[in-house]
Design a protein around this ligand. Structure first.
Ligand SMILES: *Cc1c(COP(=O)(O)O)cnc(C)c1O
Length: 410
């Protein structure tokens, strides 16, 4: 059902709800930590000194503003003017660093000496370890034992950056078990520890806080579009959604501009009905995951379903509450791309523009094939990250692709 909210899309209400999604569903033991953050985050983020330090690190350390690149050959192919917002050029290779810089500065202001995080594929762990090295803070990253094995290069990066990586051996030994362990740690260290969550998920105030840190993406887009096209509003903004932080950042300053079409692309894995998918809006139902009410892939008994996507960053059984709200109200359109469609889109971008995108980002690129543009349309795609980390997957596919071509030629 499409319902028009009376409040703005951008801000949750005082209890952290976007429509009916969000809130803070947390164990009693966590209340003190979350409440400290909730009562301080806005005041700190609006502090002059904080804003100056955040801006400075975004520019001199992370490399912002990232370019808004007019992709000529892609534009020609899809019959619209297509821009790529180059988050792949950020330090550490993706947008995740924006949020980590924000949260490490916030942790400092709160007087915290120790940082914890959970990570699945290791991308958020690396970004967290990076900012901890930058600030000389102790860093502990919880990671499922299976993921530690699968993601050896990122484990090595985190260790080189001085983080302690703790393999979690309980449960399925993946992301959700690592999250449980991080929460346990936070409960036992309420005084000195800050928990850096990597997407617009978790209990209030995390979704709002992370969206605000990532909103620099659309803030820059507006200025850059004005300079390059003479108008600050595009017709479309397209982004992939795992938890939804790069999409939240890319949509943020356009959320109230209803003529800007917002397109979110989820991972359909091996197909929506294959049983191996991560397309939460297609398969999910209302439920509570990681401390907030949202859409969740779960059984009728409320057991979380193991998601699947070729891209580790989209391999998540939920979406942030903001996105659940955008889906429910129809403010954003949700599309999906399968593993194979994402791979094809990644190869196309490499060949047409000389840019190898992250597999996550490749899902967003697939939307170009699903939408019907007018030739005067201005389209911005959030190029959330670069593909170096996905090279092993691309190599496997390249072999298949070339074998296929050889067979066809004969
Ligand atoms: C982690 C990651 C994502 C998914 O996370 P969101 O919070 O949905 O943005 C997307 N792209 C890249 C490159 C990532 O590393």
């Amino acid at each position: 059902m499409v319902t028009k909210p009376a409040h703005s899309y951008r801000f949750p209400d005082a209890r952290g709800f976007y429509g009916e999604f969000g809130g803070a569903y947390i164990p009693e033991m966590l209340y003190r930590n979350v409440e400290e953050l909730r009562s301080r985050y806005l005041e700190i983020m609006e502090d002059e000194d904080f804003r100056r330090m955040f801006r400075l690190l975004l520019s001199d350390y992370a490399g912002r503003p990232t370019p808004l690149y007019r992709a000529e050959r892609l534009s020609l192919k899809y019959g619209a003017t297509i821009f790529l917002k180059r988050e792949d050029l950020c330090h550490t290779g993706a947008h995740k660093i924006n949020n980590c810089i924000g949260q490490i500065l916030l942790a400092e202001k709160l007087g915290k000496k120790r940082i914890i995080a959970e990570t699945g594929a290791g991308q958020h762990g690396v970004a967290t370890a990076t900012v901890c090295a930058l600030k000389g803070l102790e860093c502990v990253v919880y990671m499922g034992a299976k993921d530690v094995e699968r993601q050896a290069p990122n484990v090595a990066r985190m260790k080189m950056l001085g983080a302690k990586v703790v393999p979690v051996t309980g449960g399925s030994q993946t992301l959700k078990d690592a999250t449980n362990e991080a929460i346990r740690d936070w409960i036992s260290h309420p005084e000195d520890t800050h928990y850096i969550i990597g997407s617009v998920v978790g209990p209030h105030p995390y979704p709002d806080m992370v969206a605000r840190f990532q909103s620099v993406i659309s803030e820059e887009m507006k200025i850059q579009l004005q300079e390059q096209t003479g108008r600050s509003k595009p017709d479309y903004v397209i982004a992939c959604v795992g938890g939804g932080s790069n999409a939240a950042g890319a949509f943020y300053h356009f959320l109230e501009e209803e003529q800007v079409k917002l397109i979110a692309v989820e991972a359909a894995g091996e197909g929506i009905h294959s049983g191996r998918s991560a397309a939460t809006t297609q398969l999910g139902t209302k439920g509570i995951l990681h401390g907030s009410k949202s859409l969740v892939m779960q059984t009728s008994e409320g057991q979380v379903v193991e998601p699947h996507s070729i891209s580790a960053g989209l391999d998540y059984p939920g979406i942030g509450p903001l996105h659940a709200h955008l889906f429910q109200t129809g403010r954003a359109q949700f599309l999906y791309a399968t593993d194979d469609e994402a791979l094809a889109a990644a190869f196309e971008l490499a060949e047409l523009e000389g840019i190898i995108p992250a597999l996550e980002t490749a899902h967003a690129l697939h939307a170009l094939r699903l939408l019907h543009f007018r030739k005067e349309d201005v389209v911005v795609i959030c190029l959330s990250g670069r593909g170096d980390k996905d090279l092993a997957t691309y190599i496997r596919h390249l072999d298949k692709k070339q074998t296929g071509e050889t067979i066809r030629k004969r």
